[in-house]
Write a protein of this length. Structure first.
Length: 62
């Protein structure tokens, strides 16, 4: 098993969780809860993008 494949799976899981959080935010009645969920989803999405960039050798700027 390669660590790149493991990380790619983890990035996909983070994207899926971010989507779930965004959907929960849409359903949230309380504006503070909505913002908290959106912020958490945004952080997860950013982390998954960073992991994807690290794992993609085609993105090497050298």
């Amino acid at each position: 098993m390669s660590s790149a494949g493991d990380s790619g799976g983890r990035a996909g899981q983070m994207r899926a969780k971010a989507q779930e959080l965004n959907e929960a935010a849409e359903r949230a009645a309380d504006p503070q809860d909505r913002k908290r969920l959106q912020d958490k989803a945004r952080r997860l999405q950013e982390q998954s993008e960073q992991e994807s960039r690290i794992d993609d050798p085609g993105m090497d700027p050298r």
